[in-house]
Design a protein around this ligand. Structure first.
Ligand code: LLP
Length: 434
């Protein structure tokens, strides 16, 4: 007998499925989750986070994987990754604080950032985490702070390697003109300077060229340029303990799009790293910092249809806005949309899914073929786990929604929804306005 697999492209075994025409995540019916917890609602499948992390670990067996906490800093996610042995790339004291509380050891944390405050640098020294230094100013401030505390801090320099990653300009981070890092041509001098500075131990080198990268060639180019610098820095007599290549691997948001896997990422950079370190007779630890790949496809944003309006387009007005998922508005990014209560029904028309925010750009999905959409339907926006909740706001007087974690058919709230009191929570009136 010939069986034809006609499951829609977005189903992923043991993660997203369709049962009785409903979308199911981690064994739980999305329509039941929406009934139980209300909408909008972020839903993350715990097993998928762990599985994605383990793919990275297998692809880079000898490297340390520092999860980029900015992608999704929810405490439960940091906690499960800590248990899997992840380190963390943190970009603020807030992220450092959360990563440590979640159980990520300080030895496996790199404090990144192009404009750190003195307070943040003091915290880094006091706690004893490695710092990726982004400027000469920062180097000298850090040296003074460390000296004052009679400590020595291990640093890397964030290098700007001038590599085009072929991704959205707002998330290209290693172009010559971008704000991050020390220009490649200045790197050797600054290591020379750092070597002589009290309180500073130059121990690593770091870069990150961008995010949502769908071609492995820029990773290879970056690795080659970085290893040229490793050679020059080693020649200064500096023993590099770690080389951090950042990350940036993209995922296929469009389901017919092909994206490299962590193994492709590894094939692009590991041979360069191995050959060059062997030739130099050095053995630094390789660090990589994936964020998006670990969490993006683990999470859906469930949102209820408030109105359907036939105008220039078929506008579907939902109860989530760009305050909860800003990526489409900010980067014109694509998120696959599923009518969760009609997940396997044939499409009948083209719809544009919009949020309730008072801005024309509040659009989640343009001109999508969907089954007949009506008020009360439930829309799932897929791949919302990376830079989704972590970039949310209360814009337009909208409290943030809840987050639920599902695993093997069970669901737990990992963040309660804010209420209207939270809109006022930290605000104060001067006496004259009472
Ligand atoms: N390391 C550093 C130093 C980074 O700046 C980033 C991301 C990462 C690691 C993680 O990169 P990933 O593996 O997630 O690509 N909000 C944007 C993405 C901004 C990425 C910023 N840096 C988006 O929604 O597409």
């Amino acid at each position: 007998m010939i069986t034809v697999n006609c499951a829609p492209m977005f189903t992923i075994k043991n993660h997203l499925e369709i049962r009785n025409n409903h979308l199911v995540i981690g064994g739980v019916d999305a329509t039941e989750l929406a009934e139980r917890y209300g909408t909008p609602l972020y839903v993350t499948n715990e097993s998928r986070v762990v599985d994605n992390f383990s793919v990275y670990r297998k692809a880079f067996p000898d490297a340390d994987i520092y999860y980029a906490a900015k992608a999704n800093g929810s405490f439960a996610i940091l906690r499960m990754l800590a248990r899997e042995g992840a380190g963390a790339d943190v970009f603020s004291y807030g992220e450092l604080y959360m990563a440590l509380l979640a159980g990520i050891p300080r030895e496996k944390i790199l404090f990144n950032g192009n404009s750190k405050t003195n307070f943040e640098l003091q915290k880094a020294v006091d706690i004893g985490v490695k710092v990726s230094v982004d400027s000469r100013d920062e180097l000298h401030t850090l040296s003074e702070i460390a000296q004052h505390r009679e400590k020595t801090i291990e640093i890397a320099f964030r290098v700007n390697p001038d590599v085009s990653p072929n991704t959205h300009p707002k998330i290209s981070t290693g172009l010559r003109t971008s704000k991050f890092g020390i220009p490649a041509g200045d790197v050797v001098n600054i290591y020379g300077e750092a070597k002589e500075l009290p309180g500073i131990s130059p121990a690593g080198i770091h870069c990150h060229i961008g995010s949502q990268i769908l071609d492995t060639a820029p990773f290879k180019e970056m690795a080659e340029k970085m290893m040229d610098l490793v050679e020059k820095v080693t020649a200064l007599g500096i023993e590099l303990k770690f080389v951090d290549f950042g990350s940036g691997l993209g995922i296929p948001y469009k389901k017919d799009e092909s994206a490299p896997t962590p193994y492709d990422h590894a094939n692009a950079i590991l041979p360069v790293f191995r050959e060059r370190t062997e030739a130099l007779g050095i053995a630094p630890k390789l660090i990589i910092e994936p964020g998006r790949y670990i969490v993006a496809d683990t999470t859906i944003l469930l949102t209820r249809v408030n109105t359907v309006k036939k105008a220039a387009k078929n506008f579907v007005g939902v109860d989530a806005g760009f305050n909860l998922l800003v990526r489409p508005t900010m980067y014109d990014s694509y998120h696959y949309a599923v009518v969760a209560n009609k997940a396997a029904s044939p499409s009948d028309d083209t719809y544009t899914i919009v949020g309730p925010i008072c801005e024309t750009g509040d659009i989640f999905a343009k001109d999508r073929e969907l089954p007949h959409v009506e008020k009360g339907d439930l829309i799932a926006l897929l791949d919302a786990g990376a830079y989704g909740f972590s970039m949310s706001s209360q814009y337009n007087g909208r409290p943030r929604c809840a987050e639920v974690l599902v695993k093997d058919g069970e669901a737990d709230v990992i963040r309660s929804a804010e209420d209207f009191g939270d809109l006022l929570a930290k605000q104060k009136l001067p006496a004259r306005l009472m």
